[in-house]
Structures are given as structure tokens and as C-alpha cells.
Ligand binder design. Sequence first.
Ligand SMILES: [Zn+2]
Length: 90
Amino acid sequence: MAYQPKVIKAEIVSNNPKNGLFEVVVNLKDRTSCRLIYEKKADNATPFASHINRLLNEPCPICRKDFLCDCMTKYKEDISEQALELVGTP
Ligand SMILES: [Zn+2]
């Protein structure tokens, strides 16, 4: 079965209005945590998640590695949309 990330908590951890970059840390239902880096091109534009990094608190839910892997990149859009629904756009 395909991995289905479910964001249960999201928090804006940094925000730079000057360059439109902000970061959100999300907690997923399976205890995975990720940091998302968003770019906002204009004031009313929908932010775009340019990067996702899994935090190393738990092994990867997909490949089970406990070091850096690229698995979450495939779910970046899904996770970033869910995160924005929770925190809104700063
Ligand atoms: Zn992985």
C-alpha cells in the first residue's frame, strides 16, 4: 500500500517577510517529523514548498533508515498542503 502521510501538527518555526521564505515543522501520525521550507513569491501568492527534510527523531516510515534519505520528497506536495491548512500562510 502506498504511504499516506497524515499531518497531525504543524508549526511555523521561522519566517522572513523580506525574502518570503518560511519554515514549518510538521508531525505526522506515524511519529515522523519533517521540516518544510516554503517560498512565497508575492504577498498573496500561494506558498510553494521547495524543500522537505525528515528530522531524525524516528526511522523513515518508508525505507526504515534512521539516517538521511530522500523518501519524503515524493510526498512533499501532500505534506506541505496539509501543513498549510493547519498553520495558514504567515
Ligand atoms: Zn526513507
